[in-house]
Design a binder for this molecule. Sequence first.
Ligand code: ACM
Ligand code: ZN
Length: 736
Amino acid sequence: MKVTYRLLAAIIFGALLSACSQKTEIKLVPLPQEVTVTGGSFTVDNSTSITGNAEFEINYLKEKLSNGASIQLKDGAEGKRVIEINVDPQSAVGKEGYTLSVLPDKISIAASDNGGAFYGVQTLLQLMPAEIYSEGGKLGKIKVPCVEIEDAPRFGYRGAGLDVSRTFFPIETIYDFIDWISYHKINTFHWHITDDNGWRIEIKKYPLLTEKGAWRGPDEVLPPAYGSGNKRYGGFYTQEEIKAVVKYAAERNITIIPEIDMPGHSKAVIETYPHVGCTNKDKTMSVNGEVNNVWCVGKESNYQMIDDIVAELVELFPSKLIHLGGDEVNMDNWKSCPHCQAFMRKMGMKKEIELLNYFVRRMEKIVNKYGRVLVGWDEIIKGGELEPSTTVYGWGSMKRGANAVREGQPTVFLPGQYCYLDMKQSEFERGHNWAAIVTLDSCYKIDPIKMNDFTPEEEKLVLGIQGNLWCELLDRPERFMEYQFFPRLCAIAEAAWTNAELKDYNDFYGRITSAHYDRLHNMGIKFRLPFPEVVYEEGILKVTPPYEGAVVRYTADASEPTTSSPVLKGNIETAEPEKYRFATFYKDCNQSMAVGASNIELYHYITPEVSIESSYKESESNRSFPMSNITSYNMKKYWRVNRRSYPGDFVTYTFTEPVECSKITVETGVPNITFYSCTEGHVEYSYNGTDFIKGDEFVYGTAVIKPQEKVKAVKIVFDGMSDALITSFQNLRIEK
Ligand code: ACM
Ligand code: ZN
């Protein structure tokens, strides 16, 4: 055929157009390795039939179509349009991979294992309208675009980790979570099921672990912590519940790896079975502010108890990997324990790290005895030799994960600065920041292969990556777990699934905001929305919406925008920029945090000279967080007292001269985290420095005073026990 230049140009133009329309029509997360849009569509309706040998996946798809739409597929291969899902272990499709072919009269999913077939179905669902994820969908007919997809994961381990100790999640939430991660082709749920602040798995041989160790409160063995306050708080999962959820997850190609964290992070065990701990008088604190939370290495009876616990674990969890922690051990505990010290002498050990290595090696033996492989956090490589199969979770940094690989251990990468979803998502949001501010982009970037210079042999030890949520700060706001995971976990899912050369953050962000938000919404997830960027320049508030098509609403009185606030149409000219707040809205049922202009002072605090008196002693060694921090009016600074607070504890701020002001906001806890705060107490204020007026109770660490006269002093008074072993105070925020 003779092709003229004009025709050639038309063909190229047509191809470009179709490439563009591919981008706009097919918005899959995680991105498959190869997608070809072939044109036309397949109609799914009540006359469509379904056949094949992948029984679970066939039933799963039928159920999605009858719940998320109102389509009842017919069984069998008869009819004009047929869906076929087959698993053939002999096929050339790779592990967990699939091919998905959509022709006008046939949809075929082929895989060599059920995981692959399940993922073929997940991709097919993403080719349908987002309502397919809802309950009670009404669509009677769905058009699926014709495509040819060949897909398989980059990494064999694609994980999501959840700490259920600091915050307890009911089993129903665990089921939801399994569904949510399965939609994203994540294949491992790492269940951090015990820690200092709650033991959450029934162990028949040691019933006190859950009778006592699953609960915190004023009259419980575990004290209140992390916002659980002066009430009984907790819960646990029965073995029957665990078996059922493990089966549910397995059907969705998810392995559940349980973690019993030891020898540190073990206050829940030690408070219920005290002989497990060391015998020491010195009460040194772990990095989480806990005392007496470490298993004694020198007591032989402890290893029998661990064996008993592991024996029950392996009956519940078929996972090859069994995680027994090993992180953040307060070894000072061992230094002052006669059993540990005698054991060191007997074994000729010089340093306490050798005790950790000994403990880990005993754990290896126990786990290996049951035909399983031990997993531990990256500290476990420090003490010496390990079994070659022992698997390391590299969390402290990329380097620590890389070191584990170089030591020859199989390694999962979850370095805090990319993968810890308890880190805040911007300077203003709730969350930790010790590793970094972890943005969607940070999560997307993680690539343990590209970021390290591994040999091909070392690369084989990189099992994959995991997004991880620690739950110290999950008591509020409501559904914060969903906010912290999504969409950051979508970024981690793509980083784990999609080959590096296909990754493109802008393209991913476009797919998330223009298509995947709708899916998350229909999945029932209250995901995080990004806020707009606002700057004030030359008398104008310039607002950049966070993505194309984002709806931004605003207020002009510094209050939080709501669904009845006006929609922003353009920049705003004003002489009072500090009064404006902006937030992004999704379908008027989800909104971002509210922000003002980032380049101006939103609050005009005054800074009168002030001195402090209190019931706490200033510690000599408290160089990072001294009392002088809270008279500096640097709002990022705070005073940290290394003890729990009790009724009657107080801090009084006395001004050199009485201060005229309209409002004083009294914040306790760490700025922007409200952690280590006054959980039960009130403020008092005085006009003369001697007579005090009782003001508001603290709510989540904050109380506000609106004085009628000049104020001479402000007092924080504790009425109940605080819920951490540390208490922190901040600068007063005083407004004219
Ligand atoms: C950890 O974050 N301590 C594993
Ligand atoms: Zn000991």
